[in-house]
Design a protein around this ligand. Sequence first.
Ligand SMILES: C[S@@+](CC[C@H](N)C(=O)[O-])C[C@H]1O[C@@H](n2cnc3c(N)ncnc32)[C@H](O)[C@@H]1O
Length: 298
Amino acid sequence: MSWLIKFYPDLSCFEGIDGINNTKIRHRLKKLFYNDSYRVYPYEKPQERSLYKYWKNRRTIFKLIDEGDIFLTDELWFSVTPENLAQFTASYIRHCLPHAKYVVDVFCGGGGNVIQFARLFDKVYGVDSNIDHLYCTYKNAQCYEVTDKVNLIYGDWEAVLNKTLKNKINQKQDCIFASPPWGGVNYLKQDTYDLEKHLEPVSLSKLLVLLFKLCDNVVLFLPRNSNLDQLSAITEELLGPGEKCKVVYVKDNGYMKGILVFWGRPFYDFSDQYPEGNDNAPKLEQERDINIRMEDLY
Ligand SMILES: C[S@@+](CC[C@H](N)C(=O)[O-])C[C@H]1O[C@@H](n2cnc3c(N)ncnc32)[C@H](O)[C@@H]1O
């Protein structure tokens, strides 16, 4: 008769945790809720010294962090997408895909992107193979009061896409977003980041093969030193000669955070939405070297 009997967190937001094989995962999740694990006390530095610099900039990660209801593992301190950037990403995708209902975030981490998608779309599916991260996403979504729009799916991205999400995504209208792990904080040590060798858990081409099979509109968040020739070659190889992707360099807090890469016609051809001219179209006309002012899109 332990605490598990006395304590019943609402796990209805979580998929993929049922079944005999996942008893351990369900137990782990209940324990995380019970212990209130990973709560960030905003004025206490994290124990791990290497995380201080992220803690100093904590209000750029989640603007509500001072309310004391944000949850982060050590890995999430440096891998959550900062709020301004996640807001920009969601609002740009919303502008370009006005009929989209669902967004799938295949590596949802601590929910930085999930929360901003949930504010603008009917439903967000957040997938992660780390149950502690999925729990943090749930807690952070609770802080931003968007849990009713969020479905969290525990499992490996490939299995979840193939089994659970295959029939839910509308190939033409919806969007798949992915911010895959870049292989730790050392990704800038090389001049050019090799997207076939260093991206995790699979190479860029392997990731894109499945994402394109399910959806025409795909957005990735990648290192700022990503090899653009590789991006362009893989795009042509998978989608055909002359096919394009749009690359946008994004800065936050004065610092270049990475690139957003958009595949899908609605992200660069606005003639359907704005037949009378492009004046009202999202203002990202130049490719490659653009320095976005985030305020433009709020
Ligand atoms: C860079 S973080 C994502 C951060 C997220 N965009 C945010 O704002 O919080 C990458 C995430 O991918 C997850 N991940 C790694 N391998 C995975 C796999 N095979 N399937 C699903 N998720 C995986 C990690 O657990 C981690 O949470």
